[in-house]
Design a protein around this ligand. Structure first.
Ligand code: CTP
Length: 407
């Protein structure tokens, strides 16, 4: 058997980027031989094994993928006769279809090196269409390597468009899609992921609620960029520039979905979009079985971001309700994430990226004031049950009023 390093490890070494994860392809071996060498199979039907010591993935060279069964919904034809070239031609992009032996000799039958030089994300062959997840993968690579000048080759974009039109994206499992989406959002330029999906028509299929924001105007006085889709992408970009976590980035992407539902006669105003958007945010969350912390923050940011912007004008009772809604006493981190998302919303406006956001510290101060209310003295005064709850609320309100007067 011959063993080659493949995929991302080869690509990133040639790009001079640190390699974290190494994938291997094994030519000329059978499952039995792999098991005899101590490799552990990943799944019953899937010809992938884990190295007994390193835990790295070793896949038998394979051709022909069929959707339906096996690892991630696929079955494969793997056999010792399958050559390295036959395996590589079934991979997604030319830059991912290079192999390297233990002497660092490169096998590059589909000109991945040339495409690395030309900064092109190009599919290897029509077999690209065997896995519709690749539409998301290419958009993710476009986001990751945008800083290096990579773009999607026009023919590949066309193939992605055909896949999006064919309805095959709907067949992707929530888990596989979310894995790509969440990784893409954590790239330095996540807005490129959304832009590429939009360009090939996949955004309309995967997240029609986000796609619908493009072409929807907002008042120019607050939003010099006018277009809600453009604004959303800028907010997402800001969240990456500020190195914010996935929860915040997800909330940034979804915060204004309600604006896509505004009747055109109300444009450019969007009355109550915070409320109309909630059912859309919920639908997107459920579609991709998004982790609970991301779901929750997206809904809270959707509902309350305007409160965040108006923080300094809010009545103490409204401020208190806001803090209660976030359960800021037990979940202080979540409130910090809300503040961060509001700030990104404010910065994601054309020409206003550097403007300060005093609301952030003001909200933090209000939360600290409410959290500073001690429960013990109220217990000592004999408050119990619902009355205790009311007494705590009264004290918190007092604390917020005092804070507001001195802020
Ligand atoms: N691959 C593919 N089609 C997919 C998934 C993977 O062709 N849907 C191939 C590509 O050759 C890819 C390799 O399998 O390079 C390894 O896949 P994976 O580890 O998912 O991605 P990497 O390319 O290593 O990228 P990353 O750095 O994002 O992990």
């Amino acid at each position: 058997m011959q063993i080659y390093k493949v995929g991302g490890a080869v690509r990133d070494r040639l790009l001079g980027i640190p390699v974290t994860d190494i994938d291997w392809v094994v030519v000329g071996a059978t499952t039995e031989e792999m098991l005899a060498k101590g490799f552990r199979p990943v799944g019953a039907d899937f010809p992938v094994f884990l190295h007994p010591k390193s835990g790295e993935e070793y896949a038998l060279a394979r051709t022909e993928r069929k959707s339906g069964r096996g690892y991630g919904g696929f079955t494969f034809h793997a056999s010792p006769e399958v050559t390295l070239e036959e395996d590589l031609i079934r991979r997604d992009l030319t830059i991912n279809a290079m192999a390297e032996d233990d002497q660092q000799n490169l096998t590059d039958p589909y000109h991945g090196q040339q495409d690395l030089k030309d900064r092109l994300l190009r599919h290897v062959s029509p077999a690209f269409a065997e896995d519709p997840l690749r539409v998301l993968r290419v958009a993710r690579f476009a986001a990751r390597y945008a800083g290096l000048g990579f773009t999607v080759a026009p023919q590949t974009l066309e193939l992605m468009r055909q896949l999006a039109d064919s309805g095959e994206l709907q067949a992707l499992t929530a888990e596989r899609s979310w894995k790509e989406i969440s990784r893409a959002l954590m790239e330095d330029q996540p807005q490129i992921f959304i832009e590429v999906l939009r360009e090939c028509g996949a955004l309309k299929v995967l997240m029609p609620e986000v796609d619908a924001l493009f072409g929807v105007p907002q008042p120019e006085a607050h939003h010099p960029e006018i277009d809600t889709g453009v604004h959303t992408l800028s907010v997402l970009q800001q969240s990456a520039l500020h190195k914010l976590p996935l929860t915040v980035r997800w909330a940034c992407l979804l915060h204004d979905l309600g604006k896509g539902l505004t009747p055109t006669e109300e444009w450019p105003r969007h009355i109550a979009h915070e409320h109309t958007g909630l059912k859309l945010i919920k639908a997107v969350n459920e579609r991709f079985k998004v982790p609970k912390d991301c779901q929750e923050l997206a809904l809270l940011v959707g509902q309350y971001h305007t409160h965040g912007h108006r923080a300094l004008e809010l009545k103490p009772s409204t401020l208190l309700e806001l803090l209660q809604s976030f359960d800021v006493y037990r979940r202080p981190q979540r409130f910090e994430e809300f503040i961060a998302a509001c700030e990104m919303d404010a910065r994601g406006r054309k020409g206003l990226e550097q403007r300060s956001y005093p609301q952030a510290d003001y909200l933090r101060g209000a939360a600290a004031a409410a959290r500073g209310v001690a429960v013990q003295p109220l217990l000592e005064q004999g408050f119990k049950g619902p009355e205790l709850g009311e007494a705590i609320k009264r004290e918190r309100l007092k604390a917020i009023k005092a804070y507001k007067e001195h802020a």
